[in-house]
Design a protein around this ligand. Structure first.
Ligand code: AMP
Ligand code: FE
Ligand code: FE
Ligand code: ZN
Length: 296
């Protein structure tokens, strides 16, 4: 069984359409695919149609929500929530608004460095994306010939210590855990110990407190975690009885070294997660999305 629970499409900052993502996952021999665009469910219906049509790939619909905890950014993977839950819808709108309103400030900073990029160029390059982000600004910098790649754009301009870095609104993590539960979904913290995040608050005590607030699991096997971090997080997940997942965080050609299925989730961990999702939707009394495609 190949299970990859964290991937992106061009509805956020990936480069494949949702249908292409499902097709590529099929070709890569993936049995269960998690679609988790940043802060949007826009890709869900196209991907679900493709999964039903393609067969073979079972699709778990999710969202990677931009949150904040103890002053630091945390990416929360929300699986199978009811996408019409009013509180969740409102919070995602706030995050998307924050993404849009940050763009002029980033472009102003680039302008001060003598790099003139129009908002319309960034929006053109963002195409079908509902979640506008720094990767699209990076694409504009590549188009201009200022940098060669998204990665170089983050290193030189857009990353947290770069001269064009601008912060944006993020949802409160504990509040978001409650929203995901209320929407009948389950929550997993994405790449909790990635070096680019300040993860001091996500130690054993922090994760235990978050479990009490509704957290179901942690993404352990991820390219941003070295072997030592993976081993320690696996140990913590076991100790705290959290589900441990593994995934690629695939972004198409938008992110190097994140090929589909480069990490995966163990079948018994997926089973636990899906059982928790079933219990969550029953307790919330919401009609949550089902896993579609394959033999499901
Ligand atoms: P934003 O959501 O606008 O704050 O931008 C953050 C997004 O940029 C993350 O979701 C990553 O997928 C992407 N990202 C961060 N660092 C890099 C990098 N070095 N190369 C390509 N994409 C990156
Ligand atoms: Fe991303
Ligand atoms: Fe992330
Ligand atoms: Zn991601």
């Amino acid at each position: 069984m190949r299970i990859d629970l964290h991937t992106h499409t061009n509805r956020s900052d990936g480069t494949d359409s949702p249908a292409d993502l499902v097709q590529r996952a099929h070709e890569a021999g993936i049995d269960v695919l998690g679609l988790t665009d940043h802060d949007t469910t826009e890709g869900w219906s196209e991907a679900a149609d493709a999964a039903r049509r393609t067969g073979g790939v079972r699709l778990v619909r999710g969202i990677e929500i931009s949150t904040r905890y103890a002053g630091a950014g945390v990416h929360l993977l929300a699986y199978l929530p009811d996408p019409t839950h009013p509180g969740l819808v409102a919070e995602l709108e706030r995050v998307l608004d924050g993404r849009n309103s940050r763009l002029p400030a980033i472009l102003e900073r680039l302008g001060a460095l003598g790099i003139d990029i129009a908002a319309s160029d960034v929006r053109r390059l963002a195409g079908d994306a509902a979640a506008l982000g720094r990767p699209h600004v990076a694409d504009a910098l590549v188009e201009r010939g200022v940098v060669q790649s998204r990665d170089e754009a983050f290193v030189r301009y857009l990353g947290p210590s770069g001269p064009a870095y601008v912060d944006r609104y993020a949802a409160d993590l504990v509040n978001t855990l409650g929203l995901v539960t209320a929407a009948g979904g389950v929550s997993v913290i994405a790449h909790p110990w990635a070096g680019r995040h300040d993860h001091r608050a996500l130690d054993g005590a922090g994760l235990d407190a978050l479990k009490s607030a509704g957290l179901a699991g942690v993404e352990v096997d991820h390219q941003d975690h070295d072997d030592a971090a993976r081993a320690e997080l696996h140990r913590l997940a076991l100790e705290l009885d959290l589900v441990a997942t593994g995934s690629s965080d695939y972004h198409g050609s938008g992110k190097i070294d994140h090929d589909l299925a480069c990490n995966h989730t163990a079948p018994e961990q997926l089973d636990r997660l899906l059982e928790m999702a079933d219990r969550s939707s029953a307790a919330a009394g919401r009609t949550a999305p089902q896993v579609v495609g394959g033999s499901a």
